[in-house]
Design a protein around this ligand. Structure first.
Ligand code: BF8
Ligand code: SF4
Length: 619
């Protein structure tokens, strides 16, 4: 199983699954082999019913679809649709948080409160909303209304774009890709990719970047900022990670998915005395809430709640036989879960009207009855505890401590209130640069291997690593998110970490929280009076799989950050398109993608890039 995962807990559960005849994503991946070459290259199209059409990549067969679309047009249209889906997922999540703030301010939501009034007031000021002498509810309603308008058609451009350096905004203006509304750009993607509309791969890619920007500097940024207002801005916190966080003698509930509106309430409900008493009555010592994927990141950042694992561990968590309920909302939840759960006693509880699963129990969650619904869900898990099949329970012992919670505010605090110590360390070469290692797991790559190899080598080379998403969970499990991991960093970075008491790998949150990385990069660029693309900064998504990651890639490169992808995007069938993404983009955006499946070589690419940027800055 070592070729499937580098994580010992996962390897143990993969063996258990095999013994018990349970199929996981890895077996299903093998059954898909060989995967369709046209799909891998991005050159099949079914955007209209004259098709489906496919282009022969060897040049022996058709070079155009029935309408005349070329490989570059088809691959670019497919890419644009991936970006649209990814941006929609992040931004719809953002919209839900905006709505929750609105309802909280109106007194219509149950169990929520405005936790960070300071952030509410500073954001309101940013949006030009009067704050003097007004209640936080009044301010929050106005702010939520302003945010809602950003989703439609704003006059001018998205507000948060003003956080970017002037030079970057000029780049966007010059390229004609300033986003004009979060939903609008996504709709326009669907329009442009309809048969016979935008057939120019360059024009398609430019709009893809614009749509990505509307996610990173729009939908995702709203998700982050409004979550902070509602649930508190994260501060450094310690917790534990990996499947070993499940408890043999407690009711185990895993919250999996993305939106903190649900998980925050489950965390609250699990502290309810009545429910705790009910759990004890059933013979359990307590109620153990654990997170998974980005929901896990949201609650670990704010509460230090244990995180059971990342994307490819969702089925393996059920295989422990010790999960009494897995509560899911939206995104990255495998439909296979209900089948696996059927072999154990685990209840899969879906909660979002947008995401139903065959075989799951559906308990609709809405803000108006949030706490009651959360209590009901916890009660179901408590009632399910006695149904555990003891003979099937095996919890791997692996668990690891982590330190997370590095919001921009927390980073500044750790630095003593200003960016200067970080800038000084970069200027002095103690820290060579900063790399964002983010994204998913993908069975095409041994689980966690890409994240760990890249991160370990980068910190050893004195590159500070910032993380979100499943990448951050991978590194949490490996102990890299601890201040003690400074011992694994190079001498310069190690010394800085020891002086500040921070890990060499900073967990900045869930995938929507890549907006925190954008804000940090913008602040550094502003402090130095340069563009983001001038900074010794790079991005990497070593194991990416989701469409959200494609949208992230679009806005990260669009924001001027060179980005290395570890799994191959379905574009290579479009030769001119590939050239544009990996080379041509540089002249327009100051950044481009690289595709490198070998993590060692990916590190070299990042280090070369950082060295070149340092040289250009005279460092
Ligand atoms: O938003 S890193 S597998 S969980 S998509 Fe999904 Fe990828 Fe994990 Fe979070 Ni992000
Ligand atoms: Fe074929 Fe063109 Fe229709 Fe696509 S849009 S399916 S390439 S005819």
């Amino acid at each position: 199983m070592g070729e499937r995962s580098v994580d010992q807990a996962s390897i143990k559960m993969l063996k258990k699954a095999a013994q018990e005849g349970i199929e996981t994503a890895w077996e299903r991946y093998e059954k898909q082999q060989p995967q369709c070459g046209f799909g891998l290259l991005g050159i099949c199209c079914r955007n209209c019913n004259m098709g489906p059409c496919r282009i022969d990549p060897f040049g022996d067969g058709p070079e155009e679809g029935i309408c005349g679309a070329t490989a570059d047009t088809i691959a670019a249209r497919n890419l644009l649709r991936m970006i649209a889906a990814g941006a929609a997922a992040h931004s719809d999540h953002g919209r839900d948080i905006v709505t929750t703030l609105w309802e909280t301010a109106a007194g219509e939501a149950q169990g929520y409160q405005i936790k960070d009034e300071g952030k509410l007031r500073s954001l309101a000021a940013e949006f030009g909303i009067p704050v003097e002498g007004r209640s936080k509810e009044e301010i929050a309603r106005d702010l939520a209304r302003e945010a809602m308008e950003e989703f439609g058609m704003v006059k001018g451009a998205l507000k948060f774009l003003e956080r970017a350096p002037q030079k970057r905004r000029e780049v966007w203006q010059k390229a004609g890709i300033v986003p004009r509304g979060i939903d609008r750009e996504i709709v326009e993607c669907m329009h442009r990719t309809h048969m016979g509309v935008d057939n120019d791969y360059v024009n398609l890619v430019l709009h893809g970047v614009r749509t990505g920007l509307s996610d990173g500097w729009g939908g995702s940024m709203f998700a982050t900022e409004f979550s902070d207002i509602l649930f508190g801005t994260p501060e450094p916190v310690r917790g534990r990670s990996n499947l070993g966080v499940l408890k043999e003698d407690q009711v185990n509930i895993i919250v999996h998915g993305h939106e903190p509106t649900l998980s925050e309430m489950i965390v609250l409900a699990a502290r309810d005395e009545e429910l705790l008493a009910a759990a004890r009555e059933k013979g359990a010592a307590g109620i153990n809430i654990c997170g998974m994927c980005c929901t896990g990141n949201e609650i670990l950042m704010r509460h230090g709640v244990p995180v059971a694992g990342n994307f490819l561990q969702q089925e393996l968590a059920v295989v422990t036989g010790a999960v009494d309920a897995m509560v899911v909302d939206v995104q990255c939840v495998m439909p296979a879960l209900t089948g696996v759960a059927g072999c154990y006693h685990t209840k899969i509880i879906s909660t979002s009207p947008k995401a139903r699963f065959e075989g799951a129990e559906h308990i609709p969650f809405d803000e108006h009855h949030a706490l009651d619904t959360a209590r009901k869900i916890v009660q179901i898990a408590v009632d399910n505890y006695p149904r555990r099949k003891k003979e099937f329970v095996r919890i791997p012992e692996e668990e690891m401590e982590y330190m997370a919670g590095f919001s921009v505010e927390a980073v500044l605090k750790a630095l003593g209130g200003s960016l200067n110590p970080l800038l000084d360390a970069i200027k002095a070469g103690q820290i060579k640069g900063i790399a964002a290692v983010v994204g998913c797991n993908n069975p095409k790559i041994p689980h966690d291997r890409g994240h760990l190899l890249l991160t370990e080598k980068l910190i050893k080379s004195d590159v500070l690593v910032v993380q979100t998403g499943c990448a951050a969970i991978a590194c949490a499990k490996a102990g890299l998110l601890l201040p003690e991991a400074a011992a694994q960093a190079g001498p310069g970075l190690g010394a800085v970490c020891r002086a500040l008491g921070i890990p060499p790998v900073l967990h900045m949150g869930s995938c929507v929280d890549i907006s925190r990385i954008l804000v940090t990069a913008a602040a550094i660029a502003n402090a130095l009076g340069v563009d983001i693309s001038d900074l010794p900064v790079a991005g990497a998504a070593p194991e990416w799989m989701s469409e959200k990651a494609v949208s992230i890639g679009a806005y990260v490169v669009g924001s001027g950050v060179f980005t290395v992808l570890g799994s191959i995007p379905p574009v290579l069938g479009g030769k001119k398109l590939t050239e544009l993404l990996t080379e041509g983009a540089r002249s327009v955006l100051g950044a481009s993608f690289a595709v490198e499946t070998d993590p060692e070589k990916a590190v070299d690419l990042i280090l070369e890039h950082i060295a070149a940027r340092r040289k250009a800055l005279g460092l």
